[in-house]
Design a binder for this molecule. Structure first.
Ligand SMILES: O=C(O)c1ccccc1NCC(=O)[C@H](O)[C@H](O)COP(=O)(O)O
Length: 216
């Protein structure tokens, strides 16, 4: 049994939610950010959420969303995790934690070691840091990889995950090289922006699990 955490992000349909669950994903990500090709309205996200079995965690992803719409989204969608992918500060995360039982993750764009050091400011407010490539056309979901060498010998202050440009072709190398306890992929599992491919989802989960088993 593998303890590799695997998040499939930016799911938009019931069949790809099912494909992710069947493939052994531990987390499924729903994006609520209008500029994204993977954007879901609150009603759409709530409908997809209802199909996810209890053993898989639902991650709702927002970007600089204000408090009122955030609490509306949380109430309707009832995610397990809120992933903040914008410029949200530690005080904002702390406020969410005060007002909910949610797990809160902070995504951090990493272009140099300084970005990793600065992320330590979330040590008392986030449950997990998700290291992603620095923002491109979108704050995330750009298919861009960060330089994995930056993570070598980094002293992590929190549980963490690796995102950015991952897919079936490189996730095993990413786990071997960085030891990432959680891997997250979106555009590398698509046939076109916003359309996940069930075969790529299955191949990604299999490669991640096998790499973890070999590393153990
Ligand atoms: O996926 C999006 O469209 C998105 C939009 C705005 C902010 C974040 C977004 N995705 C966040 C994720 O968690 C992605 O899985 C992560 O950035 C990796 O994406 P990719 O490089 O495409 O695998």
């Amino acid at each position: 049994m593998s303890d590799q955490l695997i998040k499939i992000c930016g799911l938009t349909t019931g069949d790809t939610i099912d494909a992710s669950v069947d493939a052994g994903a531990t987390h499924v990500g729903l994006v609520h950010f209008e500029k994204s090709p993977r954007h879901l309205s609150i009603a759409e996200a709530a409908k997809l959420r209802s199909r996810v079995p209890d053993h898989v965690q639902v991650v709702l992803l927002t970007v600089n969303l204000q408090p009122k719409p955030t609490s509306e989204a949380l109430q309707e969608i009832q995610p397990d995790v809120l992933q903040l992918h914008g410029a949200e500060n530690p005080e904002w995360l702390a406020l969410i934690r005060q007002n909910s039982n949610l797990e809160v993750w902070k995504a951090v764009g990493v272009k140099d070691r300084g970005a990793l050091e600065r992320a330590a400011k979330y040590r008392d407010s986030a449950h997990r840091l998700l290291y992603d490539a620095a923002a491109g056309a979108l704050p995330g979901g750009n298919g861009l990889a960060l330089d994995w060498r930056l993570l070598l010998n980094h002293r992590h202050v929190l549980p963490w995950g690796l995102a950015g440009g991952l897919g079936p072709h490189n996730v095993a190398d990413a786990i071997r090289y960085t030891g990432a306890p959680l891997v997250d992929a979106s555009s590398g599992l698509e046939s076109e922006p916003g359309k996940k491919d069930p075969a790529k989802i299955a191949a990604f989960c299999k490669a991640a699990r096998e790499a973890r088993a070999k590393a153990a």
